[in-house]
Design a protein around this ligand. Structure first.
Ligand SMILES: Cc1cc2nc3c(=O)[nH]c(=O)nc-3n(C[C@H](O)[C@H](O)[C@H](O)COP(=O)(O)OP(=O)(O)OC[C@H]3O[C@@H](n4cnc5c(N)ncnc54)[C@H](O)[C@@H]3O)c2cc1C
Length: 487
């Protein structure tokens, strides 16, 4: 690593520098709101994220099902953060004692960036366990790339299965296993069931009974965000649709395309989706000198400054899935806000206001947000809704899901693309295009591209027979030897 320090502070008074680590939900909203609340020249905002976009993760199940175009469910940072400097790179270290962050770009050497205020909003990653085969054979659902790859895998498997006679290999290709019965898991499971049913119309060789859907959940229920009664309705509806949830069951292995369960059952499959929990971004947390609690999250105060009631870490802020923010409504798990977008968005907005307040010598406010309830999309026309004691499933819940998320998508530019796409699908049907070859885009070019001919081996003149020098030296003899060598 180079020891270069990126600093523009040469003469006082310097403009305070705010460094936002992660431009996802919480980071994007922090920067977006800061751009609105800060006066011109009041502070410099820099957002660092390895991705040039914020991902609207609640849309990932619908992207996997082909109901939302992948690009529409992300928000380009450079287009919408006009007053911020966007750096497409990773933060790999935070030395808050010296207010220096290590930024590692995809090309070139890492450097150290000075800051006055740091906002850590680096989110969470899929949390897995050391189960044989999972790391190598399963796929998560935290990024747009994973959602697209899941959609394309299922569709490619339909293409392959349609060419096979009934039997174990065809069954394997048409079997989907999802691990984890939280919101994300149930949504992607139900959405893929809906996609598979839609695909069947295009494959006369395959029937509904040829497709197999299994979700594995270690606990005795699914979707802890909704009431038990609502979750049981979801279970019953999934079973009706040929999608089976195995409760109180654990995955023991996923080697050679076989998912082994704690019940002793084995499910052969070509698609294992892992959605069994998340953990605070370990790269950013472990690479920093900020305080961390036992579950690996950054210790955060209700006013979103890093630290505790007793000790404030001056100049450091955190929000979203990477942070342990006390839930002052008393509703959180273990006293902390649960990792969801509802909190991340609102914490990001308040964080911007609080930084602005602190820069102006005012007091920051505490974060208080009472859960709004939950909506889930479970395939076209199917959903689940829960607000307080009111819970139901069906088309109305699905409309609530689409209405809420369509409007919650940041920026009108993005809302219109998503809602426009839904309207198009209503008229034109679901977009069933499989772009799996994007993962190997040069395959046709490579197959037919002209290549230089391989280099010719050097010509070695035949050894001169002893005593026959004169004949072998003749030009015709040398030409004949060359021709023989080049054949
Ligand atoms: C499939 C799915 C469905 C969901 N549905 C819902 C829902 O319906 N309702 C709801 O409330 N919540 C939902 N959630 C949860 C919600 O999306 C998350 O809680 C929310 O995204 C958290 O926001 P965040 O800003 O903390 O993290 P993120 O939005 O994940 O953003 C973190 C950012 O940090 C960046 N980053 C990572 N590493 C680094 C690094 N080293 N340096 C710099 N940047 C880095 C990432 O690229 C990313 O852009 C869902 C999640 C998933 C996966």
């Amino acid at each position: 690593m180079t020891s270069s320090v990126n600093s523009t502070a040469t003469s006082a008074p310097a403009v305070p520098k705010i460094l936002v680590v992660g431009g996802g939900y919480a980071g994007f909203y922090t920067a977006w709101k800061l751009e609105k609340t800060l006066r011109k020249g009041e502070a410099e905002i820099t957002v660092v994220d390895p991705l040039p976009y914020m991902t609207y993760q609640p849309f990932l199940p619908e992207v996997a099902a082909g109901s939302i175009e992948a690009r529409h469910s992300v928000v380009a940072l450079r287009r919408h953060l006009k007053r911020s400097t966007v750096i497409t790179a990773k933060v790999t270290g935070i030395d808050h004692a010296h207010k220096l962050a290590t930024i590692t770009p995809p090309v070139g050497e890492p450097w150290q960036q000075e800051y006055d205020q740091i906002v850590v909003t680096a989110g969470a990653v899929s949390r897995t366990f050391p189960i044989p085969g999972i790391a190598d054979n399963a796929i998560g659902l935290k990024s747009i790339e994973e959602a697209v790859a899941i959609r394309d895998r299922l569709m490619s498997n339909f293409d392959k299965a349609a060419l096979l006679p009934p039997g174990p290999e065809r069954d394997r290709l048409l079997t989907v296993v999802v691990v984890g019965g939280g919101f994300a898991g149930i949504e992607v499971f139900a959405e893929l069931r809906s996609l598979a049913s839609a695909l069947l119309g295009a494959y006369p060789q395959l029937t509904f009974d040829d497709t197999h859907f299994h979700l594995i959940e270690a606990m005795g229920r699914i979707m802890p965000e909704v009431s038990l009664a609502t979750s049981e309705k979801v279970l019953a509806e999934l079973a009706q649709r040929g999608a089976f949830v195995h409760l109180d069951t654990q995955v023991k292995g996923a080697v050679d395309g076989n998912v082994e369960l704690s019940t002793g059952d084995v499910i052969p499959t070509d698609l294992i989706i892992w959605t069994a929990g998340v953990m605070a971004n370990p790269q950013v947390v472990r690479g920093s000198d900020l305080p961390v609690e036992e579950r690996g999250r950054i210790v955060t105060r209700p006013d979103l400054r890093v630290g505790t009631d007793e000790e404030i870490v001056e100049g450091a802020w955190a929000a979203g899935d990477v942070s342990a923010v006390p839930d002052l409504t008393g509703g959180g798990v273990g006293g902390f806000c649960v990792p969801n977008a509802q909190h991340a968005v609102r914490q990001g907005k308040l964080l911007a206001k609080n930084i602005t307040a602190v820069l102006r010598g005012e007091a920051p406010r505490d974060y208080v947000h009472k859960n709004l309830g939950a909506v889930a999309g479970l395939g076209l026309g199917r959903g689940a809704f829960q607000k307080g004691k009111i819970g139901f499933t069906g088309p109305l819940a699905w409309l609530a899901h689409r209405g809420y998320h369509g409007l919650a998508m940041p920026t009108w530019e993005r809302k219109l693309r998503v809602i426009g796409g839904w309207c198009n699908n209503l008229l034109l049907g679901r977009d069933l295009v499989n772009l799996q070859t994007v993962q190997n885009p040069r395959y046709v070019f490579e197959e037919f591209a002209a290549r230089p001919r391989p280099a010719q081996p050097p010509v070695t003149p035949p050894a001169e027979p002893r005593g026959a020098g004169k004949e072998a030296d003749k030009p015709e003899a040398v030409d004949a030897a060359k021709a023989a060598a080049s054949r």
